[in-house]
Ligand binder design. Structure first.
Ligand code: ADP
Ligand code: MG
Length: 348
């Protein structure tokens, strides 16, 4: 028996963390948001397979951090496991840039407020800087990942399929829409081969952000909701269909317009979705419909475990029953009827 060569181990592990174009965009966008950016430009060439670029106007990366920015498990966001109890950032594992470097060719340009000019760094598959040169870009960071999955021909071919790559573009757009909804002040542009696919300007409130994403007609049928309680500390903010509103204008045949967040993190939250489906009182309907809504659940960071899946879209809640009860209470006061909350499981 022999140990695998380090570059094989790197490729095997990284290709589990970064499985799709969507994953790359999500990781880069979340880094930009963690850096306090108010503007994001996501540019794809050949649906991201040839090139993914994410440009932000955030804090930039300090020159002293640059040598380790793409080294696995180096992060500026936490310094020990206990920090997860106070987590306020999307990232914390120091894994994304290293993994993206392993499965593509990465160039990072960055400038902090203290730097006189930006520098562009080429990074090898090992996360090491191989060259640098001055650049004209302003404050913030731009990450370009080229030739995605070149060493993983099966995956590259899978995403090259014309139906698949269009679906992937849609998923990228939906993800950006989720951040647009939860962060109204964010300006976002998504382009494909230099043509703008979707964009949203900076706005001041969630309603206007929702209108930019869902259209004015859907939002006209929605009500703002707020539920805040102590012990357990739970906040629910969002927009729900007005009671009695027409099912067709307040629901969709796909779940893309059901935006659910825990502490502003987009999550797949199966049980809460189920609760809301019931709230649509759509139990007998043969057509599966998904409610158009936005809900951000705010709970103490110490009561959420987000470290379940590489893409952090599943969360484990310490007080799941309490959260579901708060959602139920809020729905009863909005729609006037009670809802069966499913029996407990650990992962919601
Ligand atoms: P993590 O986000 O878990 O810390 P990453 O590998 O995604 O790990 O990023 C490594 C580090 O590089 C981050 O902790 C951060 O300091 C820095 N970084 C990455 N992207 C950006 C960005 N867009 N702006 C500022 N700093 C960044
Ligand atoms: Mg990150």
């Amino acid at each position: 028996m022999k140990a695998l060569p380090p570059e094989t181990v790197r490729l095997l592990c990284s290709s589990q963390v970064i499985t799709s174009v969507l994953n790359v965009v999500k990781e880069l966008v979340e880094n930009s948001l963690d850096a306090g950016s108010s503007s994001l430009e996501v540019k794809l060439e050949n649906y991201g397979l040839d090139r993914i670029e994410v440009r932000d106007n955030g804090s930039g990366i300090k020159a002293t951090d640059v040598p380790v920015m793409a080294v696995k498990h180096y992060t500026s966001k936490i310094s020990c496991h206990e920090d997860l109890e106070r987590l306020e950032t999307y990232g914390f594992r120091g894994e994304a840039l290293a993994s993206i470097c392993a499965i593509s060719e990465v160039v990072i340009t960055t400038k902090t407020a203290d730097d006189d000019f930006s520098l562009q760094y080429s990074v090898d598959h090992n996360g090491q800087i191989v060259s640098q040169k001055p650049s004209h870009l302003g404050e913030g960071t731009t990450v370009c990942a080229a030739n995605l999955f070149r060493k993983l021909p099966v995956r590259r071919q899978y995403y090259s399929n014309s139906k698949k790559c269009k679906e992937e573009l849609k998923r990228v757009q939906n993800l950006l829409m989720a951040y647009a909804v939860v962060k109204p002040e964010l300006r976002i542009t998504l382009s494909l081969n230099k043509a703008v696919v979707w964009q949203k300007s900076r706005v001041s409130d969630h309603r206007t952000a929702l209108m930019a994403v869902l259209g004015a007609a859907s939002v006209a049928n929605m009500l703002p909701i707020q539920h805040h309680q102590e012990q357990p500390e739970i906040g629910i903010d969002g927009f729900f269909p007005k009671p009695g509103s027409d099912l067709n204008s307040t629901s969709s045949s796909s779940p893309d317009k059901t935006f659910i967040f825990v502490n502003s993190r987009p999550v797949h939250h199966k049980e809460i979705l189920k609760v809301k489906e019931l709230a649509q009182s759509n139990k007998e309907s043969a057509n599966r419909r998904y409610p158009i809504l936005m809900m951000n659940i705010t709970i103490p960071a110490s009561t959420v475990d987000v470290n379940l899946t590489p893409d952090k879209t599943e969360v484990m809640l310490q007080n799941k029953e309490g959260v579901l009860l708060a959602v139920e209470t809020m729905l009863i006061s909005l729609y006037g009827y009670s809802i069966d909350v499913p029996e407990h499981t650990n992962v919601v």
